[in-house]
Design a protein around this ligand. Structure first.
Ligand code: WTA
Length: 655
């Protein structure tokens, strides 16, 4: 980051406002008071919250320990077990309550898993893993699709005190091996295969290839899901059903210190090898339980659905640990949104009478592209609250979500957070906050954030800059696994004492936060730093546009020029006239400075498997650079097509 550059220039103004409906506010879990309670003494606030939300074996007497920054600890003298928080303590009151309505991708495969069932399954697997020699502090990798066993596996590890590392089922053997080695994994839990979009993902074959280079893995437990032929390594491999069948239905939980590692989750850095984000037990559970209760306003009769994959942090915090710690009833869906038809999600919502839906902007934009006829086929009136996570949400997508999914009556909570933060940091409270489409609004009670310039000075309201979190919070990452130096260098060395989130942000005149994308998604055009998201939102605002990605490309005159990639709605055909119209549309919405230099129309945008648009790749395409690793792409074949068109656009530029 240069030390004297201007702060991010932010041009777009979105002035629609949605105050909380009075009926919602009247019954909401979280009230304005929470902010006030927290503001006085955040540490005491969190200590009180953790005692209220968790059942500690021995209660902590201290909040945060700041003696060795940035290695903060929370509730360090308390002891507990995470699986007890999620299961045992609910059995008396909620044993027969459904924890997960599981829905398989193939039609008619369903299961209602109660808290009692889940407890028994976790205990059996705990005993099975112990039989195989897995003990406290051993690292266990989990590589499964979206079936109940993925949650069972996480909780069994937690019961043993063995940190898990869940590897998203879409990763290649090489990625699996890198993580297994980096983490020093000795046991794995996988499946024969997984269903995704009607296709079989060969999990076991991938694991076999990965483990060729990982001789320390002594045990591989295999869940039978798809029934395909698989390879077998005698001595190492064991069928899940055979292992658990012979086990007792109770298993002693390992009581651990609050700071005992709960899991390691790998996330890609902007360069280099993936970072192993380490979360510990007490602070993490406090953060996810509190935020799940406040932000999603969870009530006993809610049916909650977080449509993320358990392989990402959203699934860890808001499918597994947060909802289970709170005793929620959730939906767990195995498959793709378009299988067998484009109304699958809406069918699921109607079937289980889902009341809270939490998903990603990329899903919402896909549904916009598919059209309203799909949600309109089903009764969605059970919904009362909608959430968004993972990317900035364009105001048009936000409004579409509110109108077409939420029937105009459900608050939409845009939740900003990261793998590193463990839990939601910046988000509306649905019974308190006046919503603004595209804004994550304010830091939650007990969280303090700031927007700073390149010198670390707070920028005035109305200006843009870099988002930092300036006080430790309970669910924060504790380090990068095995790499304290990289932890300090990545997050804590830019500004003294502040956590650098790596996102650009603007605070408006009311103090509400507008996330502007990753810092490396910020462009510099003629000395103005422009955020990619604002231009993308202006494009998506055009009635014919479904989705847009914007990157900066080197330009002799302006430093960087704006290159846009656009997919159109439905079957609209694009031509030069439409491209001119889109460029003008952005100029009209934001200003001439933001007019894209080139627009490439494409059927799809390159996305990571978690659905984030890969702007890095689009930058490489725009710069005509050699394309780096594309193996984490969900849709590799779109790349060649886009590259050809971008080449043509560049050639036209020179003429
Ligand atoms: C982005 C996902 C804007 C952001 C929970 C962050 C968001 C990165 C939002 C973390 C949001 C997440 N608005 N941007 N509501 N939520 N992001 O680690 O750039 O997969 O730094 O965690 O996603 O992604 P991660």
């Amino acid at each position: 980051m240069s030390s004297d550059g201007p702060t991010i220039t932010s041009l777009e103004l979105e002035d629609r406002r949605f105050p909380p409906p009075p009926e919602f506010a009247a019954q909401a879990n979280a009230t304005q008071e929470l902010y006030e309670q927290a503001a006085g003494d955040p540490e005491a606030f969190w200590l009180a919250r953790t005692k209220e939300l968790l059942t500690w074996e021995s209660e902590p007497t201290q909040g945060v320990d700041r003696s060795n920054p940035p290695f903060f600890t929370w509730f360090a003298d308390g002891t507990l077990n995470a699986s007890v928080q999620c299961l045992d303590r609910h059995l008396a009151a909620r044993g027969d309550q459904v924890a997960f309505h599981w829905e398989g991708e193939p039609a008619d495969e369903r299961e209602a898993v109660t808290y009692r069932d889940l407890h028994e399954r976790v205990c059996r697997l705990t005993n099975g893993l112990r039989e195989r020699g897995v003990g406290k502090s051993d690292r266990v990798a989990i590589y499964l699709g979206m079936i109940p066993e993925i949650v069972v596996a996480m909780l069994a590890c937690a019961r043993i005190g063995a940190p898990h590392t869940v590897i998203f089922g879409g990763f290649s053997p090489d990625s699996v091996r890198d993580r297994v080695l980096d983490c020093g994994v000795t046991a794995m839990i996988t499946g024969d295969g997984a269903w995704r979009g009607g296709k079989l993902v060969p999990l076991k074959a991938n694991v076999d290839a990965a483990l060729e280079g990982a001789p320390d893995v002594h045990t591989c437990v295999v869940v039978r899901r798809t029934g395909n032929e698989i390879g077998w390594v005698e001595g190492r491999d064991v069928w899940y059903h055979e292992l658990v069948e012979r086990q007792a239905t109770e298993a002693e939980p390992e009581i651990v210190d609050a700071e005992h590692p709960l899991y390691i989750l790998y996330t890609s850095g902007s360069t280099g090898k993936p970072k192993g984000i380490l979360h510990t037990t007490g602070g993490y559970l406090t953060g996810v339980a509190a935020t799940h209760r406040w932000v999603f306003d969870l009530k006993d009769d809610d049916v909650y659905w977080c449509a993320a994959d358990v392989g990402w942090v959203t699934g860890h915090s808001y499918i597994a640990y947060g909802p289970l710690a709170n005793g929620a009833t959730s939906v767990l869906y195995e498959g793709a949104p378009g299988t067998p038809d484009k109304d699958r999600w809406w069918e699921i919502i109607a079937r289980y009478k889902v009341s809270i839906l939490y998903c990603a902007p990329t899903a919402i934009r896909t549904f916009m592209k598919w059209g309203v006829e799909y949600p309109q086929r089903h009764d969605l009136t059970s919904l009362r609250l909608l959430g968004s996570v993972g990317e900035p949400i364009n105001p048009e997508a936000w409004i579409w979500y509110r109108e077409n999914i939420g029937g105009g009556r459900c608050p939409v909570v845009d939740t900003w957070w990261q793998t590193e933060t463990g839990a939601i940091m910046i988000s509306p409270l649905p019974g308190v906050t006046t919503l603004k489409p595209g804004s994550a609004t304010r830091p939650l009670p007990g969280i303090t954030a700031d927007v700073v310039d390149a010198n670390g000075q707070s920028v005035p309201l109305g200006a843009g800059g870099y988002l930092v979190l300036d006080e430790p919070w309970p669910s924060m990452l504790r380090t990068l696994y095995g790499d304290d130096d990289r932890f300090v260098a990545t997050y804590w060395s830019e500004y003294e004492g502040k956590y650098l989130a790596g996102d650009g942000c603007r605070r408006d005149e009311d103090g509400d936060y507008w996330l502007l994308g990753r810092i490396d998604d910020v462009m510099n055009v003629s000395g103005h730093r422009l955020s990619t998201i604002e231009i993308e939102s202006a494009l998506v605002d055009h009635p014919k546009v479904a989705e847009a990605a914007v990157v900066g490309r080197t330009d002799e005159t302006t430093g960087q020029a704006i290159a846009a990639f656009v997919t159109l709605k439905g079957h609209i055909a694009g031509d030069e006239a439409l491209i001119a119209e889109l460029r003008q549309h952005v100029a009209t919405k934001i200003g001439a400075i933001a007019r894209p230099k080139s627009i490439v129309l494409t059927d799809d945008l390159p996305k990571t498997r978690s659905g984030k648009i890969m702007r890095r790749l689009l930058r490489d395409i725009s710069e005509n650079r050699h394309l780096g690793d594309v193996t984490t792409l969900a849709n590799e074949d779109v790349v060649a097509d886009i590259a050809n068109q971008a080449e043509a656009a560049r050639a036209a530029d020179k003429e």
